[in-house]
Design a protein around this ligand. Sequence first.
Ligand code: ATP
Ligand code: MG
Length: 264
Amino acid sequence: MATELHRQVNSPEKESGQEQEDGSGGAAVRVRSLTRSFDGRAVIDNLQLDVPAGEFVVLLGRSGCGKSTLLRVLAGLDREIEGEVLVPRRKAVAFQAPRLMPWKRVWRNVLLGLPGRPGRAVAERALKEVGLDHRVDAWPKTLSGGEAQRASLARALVREPDLLLLDEPFGALDALTRITAQQLVAELWQRRGCAVLLVTHDVEEALLLADRVLVMDGGVIAHQVRVDRDRPRDIADPLLAELRTELLDRLGVRAPEPAVHKVA
Ligand SMILES: Nc1ncnc2c1ncn2[C@@H]1O[C@H](COP(=O)(O)OP(=O)(O)OP(=O)(O)O)[C@@H](O)[C@H]1O
Ligand SMILES: [Mg+2]
């Protein structure tokens, strides 16, 4: 199914503030010569990026390299940009902190900001999809970290996105909850068929989830690897181990050497 892309127009010579249609079927993201500067410093510096419809892309990069800045631009939350950014109209974003409104019950949080006064049943369906149907009427402060993150995912899903943007969604979760949340995102992606761009610091998470892993550095996509393996994947797979070393190297981290056991 071809996704219609829309231009995020920012520069004054174009129709300011309006999105413009573009017939780029088959793509979920097209970025050309994107630059975003803060106080004269280009954090994103002439960046190019293409994401085909339905692809699962993971974005790695050192802290402060501009990953969240890029995600915010793609989400349409930051339009102070130069260059061309094409994204689907239906897109959704979830951040590391679930950002639930404490004075609204979970189901109302899920519907927050949705156009057209959708009913409770819409929220219930999305909450069921993320395994949170027993917490529909709960107050956000009574949710565990993992439950709050699932509520945040449900809020993204009700938007029926063609592009799902996830900024370190598992960053605050404990190791076990994190694995469950990773599996949930993998399942949702397979079921929904939307393109996903997920930011993480976890190279193994990237290799387990992604079709393609990107490394951001110096304001551009400096490196990429394709992960040509069926799912579910085993992190002990030799190909993944090889890619892990390559990515850690690109990130400037030396992969730990395998333990050497000396025999007397
Ligand atoms: N609104 C802003 N005003 C000024 N500088 C900003 C602003 N937003 C981001 N920056 C700067 O841009 C750079 C990139 O920030 P960004 O949040 O995109 O990094 P990141 O790659 O997501 O890092 P992390 O992995 O730590 O989340 C940082 O140096 C940050 O200080
Ligand atoms: Mg960030």
